[in-house]
Design a protein around this ligand. Structure first.
Ligand code: 6PG
Length: 252
């Protein structure tokens, strides 16, 4: 069981991104050395984009075999596949176009207007079916190796927002309407599924996240601070720059 969160501070966003990159490449190659194919859940947002670019340009990136990694998404904006708002599209441009992933192992969430049309709930069920086809969701224990999450100034994570009914979803993947962060309609892994990873890696940069980070590390009411919910079954790491860590108690 998780021994409690580990906080890894960096001076700024670029150093944070490079630190996550080094740990990610090492973790993926270590899992592969054990003969397994790592399952990695990516997040959207600006610090995630910086991390993806850091991985793509890292001189050590090929220490991991990118063709033997299963990529999933913790959430997605329910917009057209070619929309600039798509987390999957941004990740394709920032990372997947630059490392030799196996397209069959890249699992984007459904886009608006494709096989599920405009039905976000059907799209969420469709992604859950895809997850079930690949991973042991219906057994106890970890499903993912590493699950990365950003955090909003309001304490949201993935597309789970304070006070939103999606926080109480019983399914593992949920359609989200009226998101306070545009675009308004999204698909998200639920709190239950965000808690099925060996390791949860939080990534946050900027003073505007500082209070949310402090609340997430000290709080326990996911309805007020969704980011207080997800924890790794083995380890939870908070990658913060100094600004995002500025409301944390100073180490004695
Ligand atoms: C999304 C993200 C969202 C994001 C946070 C942080 O689809 O919008 O998954 O949860 O990670 O809002 O975003 P920033 O890093 O851009 O602040």
């Amino acid at each position: 069981m998780d021994a409690g969160p580990v906080v890894r501070r960096s001076v700024g966003a670029q150093e944070l991104a490079e630190r996550v990159t080094a740990t990610l490449v090492s973790a993926l190659s270590s899992i592969q050395d054990d003969g397994r194919i790592p399952s990695l859940v990516l997040t959207g947002g600006s610090i995630a984009r910086l991390i993806h670019t850091s991985v793509a340009t890292s001189p050590d990136r090929d220490l991991a075999d990118w063709s033997r990694v299963d990529f999933w998404f913790g959430d997605e904006r329910f917009v057209a596949a070619d929309s600039r708002d798509r987390n999957a599209g941004q990740t394709q441009a920032d990372l997947f176009d630059h490392v030799p992933v196996d397209p069959a192992r890249v699992h984007p969430m459904p886009a608006f207007g494709e096989e599920y049309g405009a039905d976000v709930d059907a799209a969420a069920r469709g992604y859950l079916d895809e997850l079930r086809g690949e991973l042991p969701l219906d057994h106890d224990g970890p499903v993912f190796d590493i699950l990365m999450l950003g955090i909003g100034p309001d304490g949201h994570c993935a597309s789970l927002f304070p006070g939103h009914p999606a926080l109480d979803a019983s399914d593992f993947v949920v359609g989200v309407r009226s998101s306070p962060k545009p675009p308004p309609t999204r698909i998200s892994m639920s709190m239950a599924l965000l808690n099925r990873a060996r390791e949860v890696w939080w990534v946050a940069s900027g003073a505007e996240k500082a209070q949310a980070v402090a609340d997430a590390l000290t709080g326990d009411d996911v309805h007020q601070v969704p980011a207080s919910g997800p924890k790794g079954l083995d380890r939870t790491i908070w990658y913060l720059d100094d600004a995002a860590a500025s409301r944390l108690p100073v180490d004695p």
